[in-house]
Ligand binder design. Structure first.
Ligand code: FEO
Length: 169
């Protein structure tokens, strides 16, 4: 495998684990506010990010590439309003999309068609991740300022259940 592609894939293991940590911190924030539905949403989001990390890890191993595990950064964002994590989540997903695109571009430059195929799932997934984040902001704008609306939204989010990623290596 091209060295640059391998390095970027390895870095993505760390980025995805950081994403999990970031979302767990958001769950932590909402949990402290008594919003268990929002906390549930982000706990599941954190699990999905761990799955993403493991897919990159497994893909590298399947292709006999070395994996180096680096320290995971501290999630140090300070949230003041209930909206803050939602806007931070959208910005973060847009950032992750840019990372996936950069790996994709490197794989294209190296004619690494196998990695391109592997990344196709993530390109689609990022579209969903950005849409989900953006929908959360819209819902909060519509209902969040009204206590009854917030209660209903929290109840809706408590219904999210975890399912394993559809990509199997
Ligand atoms: Fe792993 Fe939320 O993208």
């Amino acid at each position: 495998m091209d060295r640059k592609v391998s390095e970027l894939l390895n870095e993505q293991v760390n980025k995805e684990f950081y994403s999990a940590y970031l979302y767990l911190d958001m769950a932590n924030f909402y949990s402290a506010k008594g919003l268990d539905g929002f906390a549930n949403w982000y706990e599941i989001q954190a699990k999905e990010e761990q799955d993403h990390a493991m897919l990159f890890y497994q893909y590298l191993h399947n292709n006999s590439q070395p994996v180096t595990l680096e320290a995971i950064g501290k999630p140090d964002k300070v949230y003041e309003s209930l909206m803050d994590p939602l806007t931070a989540a959208l910005a973060h997903e847009q950032y992750v999309t840019s990372l996936i695109n950069a790996i994709y571009a490197a794989a294209q430059a190296a004619n690494d068609f196998r990695t391109i195929q592997f990344l196709d799932w993530f390109v689609k997934e990022q579209g969903e991740e950005e849409k989900n984040s953006s929908d959360m902001i819209t819902k909060m704008e519509l209902f969040g300022s009204d206590p009854k609306g917030l209660y209903m939204l929290n109840s809706e989010l408590s219904g999210r259940t975890y399912s394993a990623p559809s990509l199997v290596l």
